[in-house]
Design a protein around this ligand. Structure first.
Ligand SMILES: *Cc1c(COP(=O)(O)O)cnc(C)c1O
Length: 404
């Protein structure tokens, strides 16, 4: 008899970079999840903005198993039908003319930054190599992307770090103006900072960055790894702002739980990554591409995206009313189904405690830093699941306020 794995196995066998919840989820359906003991949870975490169509989506299961019967992987010596269909859909649905696929958000941003350096080198020479990024940004965990991210605590222990990267405050256009110049090859920004606390950019900020990049022929990169694929109620958040980037990175929800990432760009920039300049073994493999194609076909419909906006309003209305009673949140903010609740000064630093208490009450949540409780549920979460989850949140917050 084989022993059923349990949570203590994590501490025994896994490199200790994570500290997962004490329970182990074993199955899910839609936005309802069950752990090893059969306890039920409503899932407002959505696999960190990944499970856009919930758990065990019948559509994705059908597409995945159909593709699994045909072809899993080829390597980049051959192209395949699902990846070409996916690329075409993305091009037809966005500002882009060309796409590249990889396996994660970090890899997508890595490719975006490399593209910018290469474009500038080819066109302007090696002095145009500086990258401007923003404090509190998150762009992934490779050495390049973690350095572009604006939280030194994630990068400083891995020095020497890649050079030529400058950080200024997010949403501070004047500060950006000070550092963006002829030496700048790229500006990388999240239209709404996710890990950094669910902070939307102001329209003026993104418009201003667009103008500065145009002035200096710098590549404007929107990191839409978290905000993309319907999350904000638009296919991509840049559509909400009406400001198009030169390169957009996408991942997380694109695969609905199957790993895939990619960058979107235009004919002006795509040639910089010519044959042999960059690559990947798995990127755009048929299994991942087939699943992503199905995710997009489901999400990129007006009625579906309107539904995300309607669910946002429902969420926020109920969060505001429970906060009117309990007074734990200073601000409820976000777009679509990426919602952050910033704690009042009195409860500062307690987001993790609240998230843990929510789990005890049968609700899976996220945090975004020590002061923000974050929700990034499946985009097809039902109203009933939202209401059940918020009832449980209310119970958890009541317990939290009494406990303190
Ligand atoms: C999650 C995230 C990443 C990193 O994606 P991985 O798939 O974990 O590499 C990059 N940028 C943003 C904005 C993210 O939210």
């Amino acid at each position: 008899m084989t022993l059923t794995p349990n949570r203590t196995d994590f501490d025994q066998y896994m490199i200790p970079m994570f500290s997962p919840a004490p329970f182990i989820p074993v199955r899910g359906e839609g936005s309802t999840v069950y752990d090893q003991q059969g306890k039920q949870y409503i899932d407002f975490a959505g696999g960190i903005a990944v499970n856009a169509l919930g758990h065990a989506s019948p559509l994705l299961k059908a597409v995945l198993t159909e593709q699994a019967d045909k072809l899993w992987h080829l390597g980049n010596g051959y192209t395949n039908e699902p990846v070409l269909a996916l690329a075409r859909t993305l091009v037809e649905s966005t500002f882009a003319d060309k796409v590249f696929f990889c396996n994660s958000g970090a890899e997508a941003n890595e490719a975006a930054l490399k593209l910018a350096r290469k474009y500038a080198l080819d066109k302007h020479g090696s002095d145009k190599n500086e990258i401007v990024a923003f404090r509190n940004a998150f762009h992934g965990r490779t050495l390049f992307t973690v350095t572009a991210g604006g939280q030194p605590k994630y990068s400083q222990d891995f020095a020497p770090l890649p050079g030529g990267i400058h950080h200024v405050d997010f949403n501070d256009l004047d500060a950006a103006k000070q550092v963006i110049g002829p030496q700048t090859c790229a500006v990388i920004v999240e239209p709404m900072q996710g890990e950094g606390g669910v902070v939307p950019a102001t329209p003026e900020f993104l418009q201003g960055l667009r103008a500065l990049c145009d002035e200096h022929d710098a590549v404007l990169i929107f990191d839409e790894v978290q905000t993309g694929v319907g999350r904000t109620g638009h296919l991509y958040a840049y559509m909400h702002y009406g400001v198009a980037p030169d390169v957009l990175s996408t991942a997380k929800a694109l695969g609905g739980g199957f790993p895939i990432g990619g960058i979107l760009t235009t004919n002006q920039f795509a040639p910089a990554l010519s044959v042999g300049t960059h690559g990947t073994t798995y990127g755009g493999n048929p299994l991942a591409a087939a699943v992503a194609g199905a995710v997009l076909s489901e999400i990129n419909q007006d009625a579906f995206l309107q539904g995300v906006k309607a669910k946002h309003d429902h969420f926020v209305t109920r969060l505001e009313s429970l906060n009117a009673k309990l007074g734990v949140f200073k601000q409820v903010r976000g777009l679509g189904l990426l919602i952050g609740c910033e704690l009042t000064a009195e409860h500062a630093g307690q987001a993790k405690t609240i998230s843990n208490m929510a789990a005890e009450h049968g609700l899976m949540t996220l945090i975004a830093g020590p002061n923000v409780v974050r929700f990034a549920p499946a985009l097809n979460i039902t109203t009933h699941e939202i209401d059940t989850g918020l009832d449980r949140l209310e119970q958890a917050l009541e317990a939290f306020t009494h406990k303190e």
